[in-house]
Ligand binder design. Structure first.
Ligand code: AMP
Ligand code: GLY
Length: 424
């Protein structure tokens, strides 16, 4: 098979790495990819939102299977555009990707189908939202821009003043663009967060293993929100009891709800969960693999990823026995100092070769490029160093040891990825 992957981050590198292991695959392309992905795939200079060019490329090169890794093209309807030309691809159609694309939609869906989530109200105008904050809200309260906002459209407000300011920035000043045409105001919840990824074929759902992300830039969950500074998998807080609850009240009910709405979901549903004192509740849905969750989940998956993805497309996921290694993985992101605000790029990266020799270690590229035959930094998040171990403690020690193999100017990382496992 010839496979095309759409995206350019560490997540897409992890997907490419799994795809490359499939005996069914003869050639991998990636649009647009990055320098690391370029070692196992042919990168083509087409942006993820250039739908016409992607469709034309897939037709001209007789691509058998396209995997869409990113949220923007999924929500924008890339899958529909490919399907219209008779091409096969993995990912939800536009009418199902709305599960991630509109928070107001996903909240209404959960309410209608009794899926546990925070209490909320949706608002179409700043005036209504302000009235609600003045008269009804309790604090802290949570404001969410309805649409995609690079993971930054959520504001936790401790006081009414902060919340009024938040409504202004989302709905009036349009800080997140059209994502803020509508907004959700919801109840503030407390508890541990867990990311659970799943494969879905429209009716059947198969849960992958659990993981936990670290979104803040600095140790101790301080600093600004980022795209994710590291992950570990599995989460020791995701117990069998939690799993049983979620299977009964969250996972299958979500898949059934989407089907009942005439929006059958095929692809990956990422459940962002909070384990509250009143049981697990959904924080958000994503319609794709997490980044950097994919970097700790996929290396532990035993199945041929292409076989699983084809089963999602064909509606035969019930025949797949999804299996994960009985171990753990930790991913530490190596960023450019100053991320997520401002940082320099273009520094040479040393030490990458070592990862090719060591079993159970991976270096997924996020922001790199080749310059005169050398890898150089080319983004805020540069690399994701993943290591496996027999348990989380060993995986963490291995991952941090491997971060020392890499050198580049202004290298920055958190030193407490996976520290929470000490409390488990
Ligand atoms: P989301 O993009 O919806 O996952 O929100 C981003 C982050 O905001 C989550 O990972 C949580 O840490 C936090 N968050 C979102 N919703 C709530 C809520 N209702 N209560 C407390 N924290 C929240
Ligand atoms: N790591 C969170 C996300 O991919 O949205």
């Amino acid at each position: 098979m010839k496979v095309l992957i759409v995206g350019s981050g560490g997540r897409e590198h992890a997907i490419a790495n799994s795809v490359a292991k499939s005996p069914k695959v003869e050639k991998i392309y990636c649009a647009p990819g990055n320098a690391g992905i370029g070692q196992i795939a042919e990168c083509v200079p087409i942006g993820a939102m250039e739908f016409d060019k992607i469709v034309a490329f897939a037709k001209e090169n007789a691509i058998d299977f396209t995997i869409v890794g990113m949220d923007d093209p999924l929500v924008g309807g890339l899958v529909d555009a490919l399907e219209a030309e008779g091409l096969r691809m993995f990912g939800p159609r536009k009418n199902a990707a709305i599960l991630e694309g509109s928070k107001a939609f996903s909240k209404d869906l959960m309410k209608k189908y009794h899926i546990p989530t925070a209490a909320y109200e949706n608002f179409d105008s700043a005036e209504e939202a302000i009235r609600y904050l003045e008269e009804k809200a309790t604090y802290p309260t949570v404001l969410k821009a309805d649409g995609l906002a690079l993971g930054k459209g959520v504001l936790i407000c401790n006081t009414k003043e902060e919340a009024l300011e938040g409504v202004k920035s989302i709905m009036t000043d349009k800080k997140f663009g059209s994502a803020g045409n509508r907004m959700v105001i919801e109840e503030f919840m407390t508890g541990r967060e867990v990311s659970v990824l799943s494969f879905v074929d429209g009716k059947t759902i198969r849960i992958m293993t659990s993981a936990q992300d670290h979104k803040r830039a600095k140790d101790g969950d301080q600093g600004l929100n980022t795209g994710g500074m590291g992950t570990f998998s599995p989460s020791p807080f995701y117990t069998e009891e939690v799993d049983a609850f979620c299977k009964k009240y969250i996972y299958q009910p979500t898949v059934d709800a989407m089907a009942a709405e005439g929006r059958p979901f095929k692809g990956v549903i990422f459940f962002g969960l909070m384990l509250t004192p009143n049981g697990p509740k959904v924080l958000e849905y994503n319609a794709r693999f997490g980044d950097p969750e994919a970097q700790v989940v996929l290396p532990r998956m035993k199945n041929d990823i292409i076989e699983v993805m084809e089963a999602c497309v064909d509606g035969t996921l019930d025949q797949i026995d999804l299996q994960f290694e009985d171990n753990a993985a930790v991913c530490v992101v190596l960023a450019s100092d100053g991320y997520p605000v401002s940082y320099e790029k273009g520094f040479p990266i040393e030490g990458l070769e070592r990862f090719e020799k060591e079993e159970g270690y991976y270096c997924f590229h996020a922001g790199t490029k080749l310059e005169n035959g050398r890898f150089v930094t080319n983004g805020g998040r540069v690399l994701g160093v993943t290591a496996k171990g027999k348990d989380l403690k060993e995986a963490r020690a291995n991952a941090y040891a491997a971060t020392e193999w890499i050198a580049f100017d202004n290298k920055y990382m958190r030193h407490d990825i996976g520290k929470a496992i000490d409390e488990a």
